[in-house]
Design a protein around this ligand. Structure first.
Ligand SMILES: [Zn+2]
Length: 184
């Protein structure tokens, strides 16, 4: 396999969308440099004001981080959502748009194609720490809150990257634990 290595500055420009399409295409369709993921994590780590080690980004603002023995979802502002195996959206501030007026705030006239309120609602998720909008989903009424991404971190780090994390954790969706706590 040909050796490829891009400067960290190039990867930074790639992430921040400052490269031309020709350059992007050359990088993403070519062989990946061995340490691309590490450079990517280093750049993300430089962007956040806290020290916990980023294991994987979830969205532009959310990261899975290692904190002692725990793996938490953390916002760039520092707010912690708890165990990454629990859907963080259950601990976010949620705004549901399900009226004509609220839909028109984001689809003002003359928008002709807007969500059909007879069929669905729009849910917006905000960080309780900084108020940043973290995710939006349009779903049928009553549809369970979507768990967008639950990565198998032990397989990813241990088998793909060849450097297991310091502890192993059961790989399972633990979101029901959050709902159970609401009942007690
Ligand atoms: Zn935040």
């Amino acid at each position: 396999m040909p050796e490829v290595s891009y400067d960290k500055a190039v990867i930074k420009d790639l992430i921040e969308a400052r490269l031309s399409w020709e350059e992007v295409k050359r990088i993403i369709s070519g062989y990946k440099d061995e340490d691309r993921f590490d450079k990517y994590l280093e750049l993300l780590q430089e962007k956040v004001p806290w020290q916990e080690k980023i294991l994987l980004p979830l969205t532009d603002e959310l990261y899975i981080v290692e904190k002692g023995e725990e793996r938490l979802v953390k916002c760039s502002c520092g707010h912690e959502f708890g165990d990454y195996r629990e859907n963080w959206k259950l601990k976010a501030l949620i705004h549901v748009r399900d009226s004509k007026e609220e839909i028109e705030e984001i689809y003002p006239a003359p928008y002709s194609s807007k969500p059909d309120l007879d069929l669905c609602e729009i849910r917006e998720y905000y960080c309780p720490g900084c108020g940043h909008q973290l995710e939006v989903e349009a779903v049928p009424f009553g549809y369970p809150i979507i768990f967008d991404f639950l990565p198998d971190l032990d397989t990813f780090y241990g088998e793909w990257l060849g450097r297991p994390l310091k502890t192993r954790q059961e790989f399972a969706d633990l979101s029901h634990q959050v709902i159970k706590k609401w009942q007690s």
